[in-house]
Design a binder for this molecule. Sequence first.
Ligand code: SF4
Ligand code: SF4
Length: 311
Amino acid sequence: MTTLVDKSSSTLIKEYAAEIGFDLCGIARARSLDEHRDILTKWAYTGMNGDMTYLGQNIEKRLDPRILFPGAKSIIVTGLNYYTEKKQGGNGIPMISRYAYGANYHDVIREKLNKIRDFIKSIHPEAVGRSYVDSAPLLEKAWGREAGLGWPGKHSILINRKIGSFFFLGVIVINIDFDYDQPAEEDSCGTCTLCIDSCPTGAINNNRTINTRKCLAYLTIESKAPIPVDLAVKSEGRVFGCDKCQEVCPWNKSSKPHKTPEFELPAEVGLMTAENWKNLSRKDYKKLFEESVIGRRTYCRFMDNIEAASV
Ligand code: SF4
Ligand code: SF4
């Protein structure tokens, strides 16, 4: 029988997650997130997903992880802080988003999630689960809220009262029932609109969604089209991602530095000027970023970003 509620397992899983470096861990019951259907459908229908057309497909699967993984009972959601006070060189240095400073977070987190999965298997041999880091049609942020990790800020990113919003989400979908956390019900944004007011391109909608077609994070990472000039002039030197809406958020004022060595920014990258970037050969770019999320952007597209940021 695999469906016994087991409080001690939930506690053990969270303790183990903390032991291997996760800052947050919560568990939610698998269900269909029906309350997100309308907003998700409308968001995709109105083209807010840019050319990430896959985000408008498989809506039912996105809402219900039991379609993605038949037999799913629980969704374990982890948070891993990536905040750092160390910044790149200084004025005029093309800016990279903090989340891309070090090693590819997909690899770092998946390895940790798989350790949790193995740990669960050691106490529940019948457990079968899958680990996901941005790799499946799952509403990670919604599940983060459901598992009690935090609330979606007006910039749409999950905020945790203790560690702010600079954290990665990881998800395990598994066939065991556990003791579940309460969903985070609070909305502690209050009357603040700092992220909306500070967004350089006006990309934040008034319903906690982003118009990705205007968002610099999308334009400099995911988009396959050149960055429109009217938006490039507002990029303020950003060439891979954008942290502006998180940097202005009061909930990040007391963020603590991460403790994951893999997320450190290599010194040579931190000091690279636009000229240094332009002189980087295709071969050196590949070598420098083969273990980084930056390497997912092709050399040509990255160089387009450098050009666009100097408009
Ligand atoms: S990441 Fe930058 S461009 Fe995108 S919504 Fe936030 S502030 Fe605006
Ligand atoms: S900046 Fe203000 S409105 Fe935006 S997410 Fe933070 S608290 Fe919420």
